[in-house]
Write a protein that binds this ligand. Sequence first.
Ligand SMILES: [Zn+2]
Length: 292
Amino acid sequence: MPLIVDGHVHAYPATVFESARTWAAQRDETWWADCVAPTDRPSIQGWADLDQLLRDMDAAGVDQAVMLGWYWQHQTTCEENNQWMARWRRAHPDRLRAFAAVNPAAGRTAIDQTRRWLDDGFNGIGELLDRVQGFRYADSTFAALAELARRYDVPCNLHVTDPLLDQRPGMQPTPLADFTTLATTFPDNTFILAHLGGGLALDPGHRLPPNLYFDTAAVPLIYAPTCYRQAINTVGIDRVIFGSDYPLRVYPRRGPTPDFSRQIDAIRGTDLTPTEFDAIMGVNLLTLLARD
Ligand SMILES: [Zn+2]
C-alpha cells in the first residue's frame, strides 16, 4: 500500500497556542495572530500538540506529515519554529518531516540558518508569503534562498491566495502572475504552490512551467470537491500534492476539532482512479523529496 503523506501541516507546542495572542505580541508577529486568533471574527483555527497530531494521523491513516514553517515576519520566530519542528522530527523520524521556516528579508542570516536546517535533515523550505514577510520574489534576497534550495534540490512551498478571495479578512493578495514569472526565472528550482496555487491549478487558461507543483491545503474551504479531478486534468497527475493545512478547521461547520479524515474521505469520494489517488496522496511528494 502506498503511503498517505500530508504535505501541508502546521504544528505548534501548547505553550504557543494556549495564549496565542500574547505569544505573538511578544514577538511582534501581528499577521499570524490575526490569522489564527482574530479578535474581529470567529476563528476557524484549531490546535493540536504533538501527541494530538500523531493521534489524529493514526485515526485517519496518515503515515507521514510534512510540518511547514509559518511565514513569520521575523527570522528569530522562524528559528523558534524550526527548533521545535526539529525536535519533533527527531522524536518521530518515521512519521514527521519538516520544511524550514525562513524570512528571506533577513538576508545572510536567513540563508545561513536555513542551510543549517537543510544539513540537519529538513526536506524543504516554506511556507513563504512575500508580502507579509517584507520581501518580493523578484528581490536578490529571495534569489539567494532559491539558489540554496537548488543546491540542496529541495522544494519551496509558497502561499498563494485566490484573487477571488483576497478581499476577505486575513487574506493577503498574491498576484498569480508573480508565480509563473518566478517559476520561469528559476527554472531549476521546484516550487509547491499552496492552496492549488490560488486557483492556478484549476484554470486551463494559464501556461504553467513544469517546475510548479500544487498542494490541496485548505481547499475544502474554498473549492468544490470536484477541484481534485479538475486539478489533475489541468496540471497532470504528477503535479498535485495532498495537503490539509491541519490543524486549520477546513470543515468549520462540522465541529470544533481539526482532523485529517474529512478531507481524505472527501477525496476518496471523488471519481479519482486508484492510481490518481495514490499519486496525489503520497507518491508525488515522496518522489519529489527523494531527489535530494
Ligand atoms: Zn499553510
